[in-house]
Design a protein around this ligand. Structure first.
Ligand code: M6R
Length: 612
C-alpha cells in the first residue's frame, strides 16, 4: 500500500527512481511523485494517476540529480489528486518527504500546528508529519535527525518515511514502524524501497530496516540507530531474486505470467522438502517447533483475502490429517475482538506479502499472549516472517499482479506439507496415506501444467459470459474455499459482482438469484461430496441457471447437465484445489481483459495492504 523508492549516489537518480516506481506500482496507483535534489535546490513534481502520467509530466524538464525520492500512492487521507500526491514539503520548502502508512493522530497534531500558523496544501496525514518535524526543528533549534526522533515519539500509527533536506543534500533520512523498508547497499550508492524489486537490478546486498529504526544514508555510508539514538549494526543479507522474476517476460500481463508460472512455483515450494521416493518430508523452518505444533490444543489460522481462502482449505486439511481443532480467522476481526488465545495455541499466519497490517498486528498480540506463531509467507524477510517463531516460505517468487494467483497455490502446497508433518509427528496418519499424499504432491506440478492447456477453452467460455451482471460460485468441502477464491478473482479483475457459497447453503438464500441470466460456476471435481454437488447442479438447472462446471477428467455425469464443462486432471481431494482453482483464475483473467480492464492494476486495490 503505497510504494516508496529513493536513491543517493553517483548515478542519475531520476531514471532509477522512475523505474523503481513502475516496479512498485502494484502497491498503489492513485498518483505518483518525485523530489529531486541538485545544485539548484529541491524540486518536487507530482501528478494524479499512474506513474506513466508523472513521466509524461516530467518529459523535457531538468531532472538531473544524484539524490531523489519517489512515491506511488494508494489514497487513504484525501482523494487522489495532484495536491494530495507525495512527496509533501515543509512550510519553508526545504524538506520533502514520502510516506507509506497512516499517522493515526494526525488530526490532533494538525490542530496544534494550525494554531502555530502552519498552512497546509493537502488533506494528507503525511503533510502534517513533515510540518510537525519542521516545527520541532525550529522550536528546539535542532537538526533534522533529532527533530525526526522527537516527532516519531509522538506519532501514533504506521510509517515508512524518507526525507530529503535542501540544507543537507548529501543525506537521506528514513524511519520505519509497521511498514516495510529495504535498503540496497551498492558501491558508493544506496537504494531505498518498499520491497526489493526496484533494487535487485543494481545490487543484491540489502538491509531490512526494523521497526523503530532510523537510517541516515549517504552515498557511501549507512548508519542505523534506534529511536533512543543508539547505533545498530546493519545486517546485510543477500537477495535471492533474479531480475527476470520481476519482469513480464513476454506475457501481456503479470497476472497471466504468474498463472502460467504455477507448475514451477509449486515445484519450488516442494523442492528440498518433499522426497516422495524416500517417503520423507523435511520442513527446516518448523523442525525445532514440530513437537510444540503436534501438542497444540488448537490451531488458529489468521489471514486476509486470498490467503484467508488458503487458510480455509488448510482448516479442512489439518483437521482431517491431524485431528486437532482448527479455526480460520479474518485477521482484521481477530485483532480487535479480544480473542481467547494463549499458551498451547498455535497461530498460523498466512500472507503472500508478509506485510499485511491486520495480519501483522493480529500475530503481534497473539504472540504477546503466549501463542506460538508460524508464518507462511512468500516474501523472504518480510515483517510477518520475522515476527514468527517458525515458519515455511512458499517460494513462489515475486507476485506483482494485484490479484493473487501463484501465491495461493504455493500456500496450499506448503500448508498441506505442514499438515502432513504434524500428522506424522502426532501419529494421526497411516504410513500408507502419508506416502499417497507425498506421491500426489509430487505429481501436482505436472498436473498443473496439463490444466494450463485449458487456457484457450476457458477464454472462449469467458467470451460467452463476460457480459453477465452477476456470477455465483459454488463448491463443497475442499472446493468451497476454491469457489470463494474464484468469486474474489472475478470481482477484483472484472468488476462483476460474484458470490462464493457452499453449494448446499445456496438453497438457504442465493438460489433466489438464479434465472436464465445467472452463470453459476460449480467446482465439482470427484471427491467425497461429488454426488451431493451433482444434486446441487440439478437444482440450479431446474431454475434455468447457466452452469459452468469444473470437473475431473472423464466425468460421465456432469457434462450431460452443465452448459460448459472444464476438465482438470484427477487428484486426491486434499490437494485438488491446487488444480480446480486454475480455470477460475484464467476465467477471471480473460473476462477482465475482454472487458478492457487493467487486470494487473484493478481499480481501488493495492497489492500489499499495509494500512488497517
Ligand atoms: O499479502 P497477503 O497475502 O497478506 O494479502 C492478503 C490480501 O490482501 C490479498 O490476498 C488480496 O485479497 C488479493 N488482492 C487477492 O487477490
Amino acid at each position: 500500500m503505497c510504494g516508496i523508492v529513493a536513491y543517493i549516489g553517483q548515478r542519475e537518480a531520476y531514471p532509477i527512481v522512475l523505474k523503481g516506481l513502475k516496479r512498485l506500482e502494484y502497491r498503489g496507483y492513485d498518483s505518483a511523485g518525485v523530489a529531486l535534489l541538485n545544485g539548484n535546490g529541491l524540486k518536487v513534481y507530482k501528478k494524479k494517476g499512474k506513474v506513466a502520467e508523472l513521466e509524461d509530466h516530467l518529459s523535457g524538464k531538468d531532472v538531473g540529480s544524484h539524490v531523489a525520492i519517489g512515491h506511488t500512492r494508494w489514497a487513504t487521507h484525501g482523494e487522489p489528486s495532484d495536491r494530495n500526491s507525495h512527496p509533501h514539503s515543509s512550510g519553508n520548502g526545504k524538506l520533502a518527504m514520502i510516506h507509506n502508512g497512516i499517522i493515526e493522530n494526525y488530526s490532533l497534531l494538525k490542530q496544534e500546528l494550525l494554531k502555530k500558523g502552519h498552512v497546509f496544501n493537502s488533506d494528507t496525514d503525511t503533510e502534517v508529519l513533515i510540518h510537525f518535524i519542521e516545527e520541532i526543528q525550529s522550536s528546539n533549534q535542532c537538526g533534522l535527525e533529532e527533530a525526526l526522533r522527537i516527532a516519531l515519539k509522538r506519532v501514533v500509527g504506521a510509517y515508512v518515511i524518507v526525507l530529503v533536506d535542501e540544507d543537507n543534500p548529501d543525506t537521506l533520512i528514513a524511519a520505519r514502524k509497521g511498514s516495510p523498508l529495504v535498503i540496497g547497499v551498492g558501491k558508493g550508492e544506496h537504494f531505498l524501497a518498499s520491497d526489493a524489486s526496484p533494487i535487485v537490478e543494481y545490487t543484491k546486498e540489502v538491509v531490512f530496516v526494523n521497526d523503530y529504526e532510523i537510517a541516515i544514508i549517504k552515498a557511501d555510508e549507512l548508519i542505523l540507530k534506534n529511536i533512543s539514538n543508539e547505533r545498530q549494526t546493519p545486517y546485510i543479507q543477500k537477495l535471492d531474486i533474479e531480475l527476470a522474476a520481476i519482469e513480464k517476460s513476454g506475457y501481456d500481463h503479470f497476472m497471466l505470467k504468474e498463472i502460467f508460472e504455477q507448475p514451477q512455483t509449486i515445484f519450488d515450494s516442494l523442492r528440498g522438502r518433499l522426497d516422495a521416493k524416500s517417503g520423507t518430508l523435511t520442513l527446516g523452518g518448523i523442525r525445532e517447533h514440530a513437537a510444540i505444533l503436534s501438542q497444540a490444543k488448537r490451531i488458529i489460522i489468521v489471514a486476509c483475502g486470498t490467503s484467508w481462502h488458503a487458510g480455509l482449505v488448510a482448516e479442512y486439511m489439518i483437521e482431517e490429517l491431524c485431528r486437532v481443532p482448527v479455526e480460520v480467522e479474518y485477521a482484521s476481526e481477530f485483532r480487535y475482538r479480544n480473542p481467547v488465545v494463549g499458551e498451547g495455541d498455535v497461530i498460523i499466519a498466512v500472507s503472500q506479502s508478509g506485510e499485511t497490517a491486520d495480519t501483522l498486528v493480529a500475530i503481534e498480540s497473539a504472540k504477546q499472549k503466549g501463542a506460538i506463531i508460524l508464518g507462511v509467507c512468500n516474501v523472504v524477510g518480510s515483517s510477518i516472517a520475522r515476527l514468527s517463531h517458525a515458519g515455511a516460505y512458499t517460494h513462489a517468487g515475486p507476485e506483482i499482479g494485484v490479484a493473487s494467483t501463484k501465491a495461493f497455490t504455493a500456500q496450499l502446497a506448503v500448508l498441506c506439507m505442514i499438515g502432513l508433518k504434524v500428522a506424522q509427528e502426532k501419529g494421526t496418519i497411516t504410513q500408507q496415506r502419508f506416502q499417497h499424499l507425498l506421491d500426489e504432491l509430487d505429481a501436482i506440478s505436472e498436473k498443473v501444467a496439463t490444466t494450463l492447456k485449458l487456457n484457450d477453452q476457458v477464454k472462449q467460455i469467458a467470451d460467452k459470459y463476460k457480459d453477465a451482471r452477476d456470477f455465483l460460485y459454488l463448491g463443497r468441502g475442499y472446493n468451497f474455499p476454491v469457489a470463494l477464491e474464484g468469486a474474489l478473482k472475478l470481482k477484483e479483475i472484472s468488476y462483476i459482482h460474484a458470490e462464493g457459497y457452499p453449494a448446499a447453503e445456496m438453497k438457504h438464500g442465493p438460489i433466489a438469484l438464479v434465472d436464465e441470466n445467472l452463470p453459476v460456476v460449480f467446482v465439482a471435481t470427484r471427491d467425497s461430496y461429488y454426488e451431493k454437488v451433482v444434486s446441487n447442479i440439478q437444482e440450479i438447472k431446474a431454475r434455468k441457471g447457466k452452469v459452468i462446471a469444473v470437473v475431473t477428467e472423464g466425468d460421465q455425469t456432469i457434462p450431460g447437465m452443465a452448459d460448459d464443462v472444464i476438465e482438470v486432471p484427477a487428484a486426491d481431494e486434499l490437494i485438488a484445489p491446487i488444480l480446480s482453482v486454475i480455470p477460475l483464475q484464467l476465467l477471471a483473467y480473460h473476462i477482465g481483459v475482454l472487458k478492457g480492464f487493467d487486470v494487473d492494476k484493478p481499480r481501488n486495490l493495492a497489492k500489499s495492504v499495509t494500512v488497517e
